[in-house]
Design a protein around this ligand. Sequence first.
Ligand code: SF4
Length: 238
Amino acid sequence: MANIKALKAIYDFYEDFLKGTPLACKKGCSTCCTTNVSMTTLEADYIWNSGLFTDSLYQKLKQAAKEEHFVPSTTINTSAAMCLSENQMPEETSPVTFDPCPLLTEDGLCSIYEVRPFSCRAMSSETVCTEGGEAYMPPFLVTINLAMYQIIEHIDREGWYGNMLDIMEMARRKKEDRTETADAMEGKIKTNRPLPCFIIPPDDIIRFKSFMRRLSQIETGDGKKVGDLLPDDWQIIT
Ligand code: SF4
């Protein structure tokens, strides 16, 4: 539960941060709501515990999970560790499908908007991307988004990462106290790992450090701050 409070505090901080970005995204726009959403088990626990994720939504998700869908080859922190050790990252071999997210309502709204995972929060554009347009995300926002994925994975380092369709199922089984491992999901989910480093373009380093100073001071409840949940010696590579 402590980690869920921390996750909520991080989401809130990120929402405030986004207010400084002139986004074109509007209520009812759902172009990026597909079955390609990846997330951690911590985020799935937050959704399951919210009361918004009804049995009917679970059945829709379960049905969609039977179809071929994107399965990430590795977690974000694993990729960062590979960069740090100059190992080649595995290629994504899984198909990227563009079926609509099963949690979309007929009006193009998200059924679990308040508790949606970070992948959905991070999808934004300064330009209107519908009707032949292209999404545009400012480079510093790309940098921040990547770091946020890494921080959430670090907080959930005992958990797993994968497509929402698979991770929600894994989180349900955990809730029922069934002893499950990633193997039981037929290789569809990956084990999270601690934060090895942040990968930051040289031009963003000063702004990134300032962002991290502010984020670290955010209270997560139980007398703790986000900074208490991160490694003391987090490092940056460029
Ligand atoms: S969970 Fe919600 S915001 Fe995320 S893709 Fe599905 S409908 Fe869209």
